[in-house]
Design a protein around this ligand. Structure first.
Ligand code: ADP
Ligand code: MG
Length: 292
């Protein structure tokens, strides 16, 4: 596929060894086209951050391969140069340098890439783009959480990356600031065609994307496009504790529903789950070309 930006092949990551070994990623096959905006969801500890770190060459797999922008990351000659040029990171906690101004923080990744004058001009332009044109001189401590996270997005964009990797970028923000950061990411994706992979717990965040990949125990358990909001709601409900109980996969804690309601909901959820695995199958078929 010409416009493929990311491909992982049986990506596996094991932390530790022997009894203490943790299989954080267990054979993940994920393909992302250039220009996609996708969310990775799943319970805490299922491997989301590990996956993101592998995509950004922040960590190395135990087995399998990661290809980004045509490069096999295990064969990169200069990992730092790859990260600086191709990937922008946004973390839950913004990681801004506290003693540098917003403007200087945005300039940091451009060091060694652009002259001082060009760095300054570009940082200024990026801060304007994230709605902080007037605050370039402020230290991180003088900005709100949402503003700091917008500085972090501007910094991630410093070198015009093809890919933004965001790990719970709205996780430490109030609802409104979270929505602003999210709108910013969606806008970037739409106007600049930046590919964005966002790890999130927040259904509203996920629903602003185009595709949701769900993980559990180091594996991808579902992967679908958000063309049908009702189907998506049903899938989320199916994944919830109540949904899992109705589907008979969990102990029902309390009797939330009477028998008739439960039967109706069960039929809906079974339908949603069946449709989901159909879509996953189709995606998998598409993602594995015959002559590969
Ligand atoms: P998530 O981001 O979905 O919450 P992580 O990718 O952070 O999950 O972690 C996946 C699993 O790997 C967890 O069981 C976690 O405890 C383990 N893990 C993550 N990083 C390390 C590490 N550096 N050393 C050992 N175990 C780790
Ligand atoms: Mg995480």
């Amino acid at each position: 596929m010409a416009d493929e930006l990311i491909r992982t092949i049986n990506l596996t990551k094991i932390y530790g060894a022997g009894e203490a070994a943790v299989r954080a990623l267990d054979g993940v096959n994920l393909t992302v086209a250039a220009g996609e905006f996708l969310a990775v969801m799943g319970p805490s500890g299922c491997g989301k951050s590990t996956l993101l770190n592998m995509l950004g060459a922040l960590d190395q797999p135990t087995a399998g391969e990661v290809w980004v922008a045509g490069e096999n990351l295990a064969r990169l000659k200069n990992v730092d140069a790859f990260r600086a040029k191709t990937v922008g990171f946004v973390f839950q906690l913004h990681n801004l340098l506290p003693t540098l101004s917003a403007q200087e923080n945005v300039e940091v990744p451009m060091q060694g890439q652009l002259s001082a004058g060009k760095r300054r001009a570009r940082a200024k332009m990026l801060l304007e783009m994230v709605g902080l044109g007037g605050r370039g001189g402020a230290l991180p401590g003088q900005l709100s959480g949402g503003q700091r996270q917008r500085v972090a997005v501007a910094r991630a964009l410093a070198n015009g990356p093809a890919l933004i990797l965001a790990d719970e970028p709205t996780g430490s923000l109030d609802t409104q600031s979270g929505e602003e950061v999210l709108a910013l990411l969606a806008d970037l994706n739409r106007t600049q065609g930046t590919t964005i992979v966002v790890v999130t717990h927040d259904r509203r965040v996920a629903q602003a994307t185009q595709r949701i990949v769900r993980m559990s125990d180091g594996r991808i358990v579902s992967d679908h496009r958000l063309d049908d909001p009702l189907a998506e709601d049903l899938r989320s409900l199916a994944d919830s504790r109540l949904g899992q109980a109705i589907l008979g996969r969990n102990e029902m804690q309390e009797d939330y529903l009477d028998a008739e309601e439960r039967a109706a909901l069960r039929r809906l959820l079974e339908k949603a789950v069946a449709e989901q695995s159909e879509t996953a199958k189709r995606t998998e078929l598409k993602a594995s070309p015959v002559n590969d």
